[in-house]
Ligand binder design. Structure first.
Ligand code: NDP
Length: 332
């Protein structure tokens, strides 16, 4: 079904783009992730609208993985449908990423980091999305039992085959990252980007990874920057029935929304209000104040949420006092 989609003429005037490490690629400060809300349990009318609105707002980067759904694989198939129906003519304006690392099919070759799994998985992903290549192919998680040379070697060969333009790694800690970057560099396919969970509530990246990536000229894209919705007003008044925490297919567990968390969320929400913005805007602006963060990778279950998050692009500067108050809340 081809739609009559015509991309907004002014899309590139609305977004800021940051250079990804020391590469030739610039990414939008806000990117869109398809982990939730784009699966076979979701409605095409809703998620295709989110994707098109995102593109109209200057979001050029769409992030997927082999297992996104549910059911696993369905986010890629559904994204393929959006490409066929509407976004296909803009392929050269887009950075599409996918990953392999988590369980995708049964047997010994359906997860982790072997050459066998990574190569087969990317072929499957390309078929589902109807694409000839992805822009970034990630190792989704480190594999303790496969030599790093094998995993990185597979990524290198995938780039040489033309099925991916760049290599990324995700969920590798600082030490694993340094080892992976060294191999990729010596293979002649330097790592473009690291995808790491990073938000006000999850700050492991600050312990060394951000410094390593800066030194090595590799970008960082922060995933779950809103802590899956906790760093918004979503849970301030309880757990809404249509929220990720309430849905059986949602990854956010109600047990994570503890009374302490709720207190922190309410205090952060007050600071945001004093700054004249929403908590979601402040949470994204807080990450983007660090120039080493190339992009924040948000999810959205509605067009309204997407637009609310895009307002973070005009987030006011943080004063020293505000930053100290935010630290006090987070350390409380
Ligand atoms: P976020 O932290 O942005 O959470 C998104 C969710 O928060 C939405 O689905 C929605 O949940 C809620 N939300 C978003 N905006 C608002 C708003 N303005 N007001 C109220 N609620 C809002 O990111 P995700 O956890 O979705 O992760 C983003 C992307 O990161 C993924 O799609 C994926 O691409 C990537 N990722 C990568 C991983 C990796 O291992 N590399 C792991 C996880 C994610 P609700 O349904 O309640 O409306």
């Amino acid at each position: 079904m081809e739609t009559n989609y015509i991309a907004a003429q002014d899309r590139y005037s609305k977004m800021e783009y940051r250079r990804c490490g020391r590469s030739g690629i610039r990414l939008p400060e806000i990117s869109l992730g398809l982990w939730h809300n784009f699966g076979s349990v979701d409605r095409y009318e809703n998620y295709s609208k989110i994707a098109l609105e995102a593109f109209d707002a200057g979001i050029t980067h769409f992030d997927l993985a082999n297992n996104y759904g549910p059911v696993p694989g369905s986010a890629e198939s559904n994204f393929g449908r959006i490409m066929r129906d509407s976004l296909g003519p803009h392929r050269d304006e887009m950075i599409v990423s996918t990953k392999a690392g988590y369980l995708m099919w049964p047997g010994p070759y359906g997860e982790w980091g072997s050459r066998k799994y990574l190569m087969a998985s990317l072929d499957q992903s390309l078929k589902r999305m109807g694409l000839e290549y992805v822009d970034i192919f990630y190792s989704h998680r480190p594999d303790p039992d496969t030599p790093l040379e094998e995993t990185m070697g597979a990524l290198t060969d995938i780039v040489r085959s033309g099925k991916a333009l760049y290599v990324g790694i995700s969920n590798y800690d600082d030490e694993q990252t340094r080892a992976a970057l060294a191999i990729l560099r010596s293979n002649g396919t330097p790592c473009l980007i690291h995808q790491e969970k990073y938000s006000m509530f999850v700050r492991a990246a600050e312990a060394g990874l951000l410094d390593t990536l800066e030194r090595e000229g590799v970008g960082l894209i922060a995933y779950s920057p809103l802590a899956q919705g906790m760093l918004t007003d979503r849970y301030l008044g309880g757990i809404p029935a249509d929220s990720r925490a309430a849905k059986p297919t949602g990854f956010l567990q109600t047990g994570e929304i503890t009374p302490r968390r709720l207190e922190q969320i309410a205090s952060l929400n007050s600071i945001a209000a004093e700054r004249g913005q929403s908590l979601a805007e402040m949470a994204l602006g807080w990450l983007l104040k660090d120039e080493r963060v190339t992009s924040v990778l948000v999810g959205a279950s509605s067009v309204a949420q997407l637009h609310a998050n895009l307002r973070a692009l005009s987030s006011p500067h943080f004063t020293r006092d505000e930053l100290l108050r935010i630290e006090a809340v987070l350390n409380d």
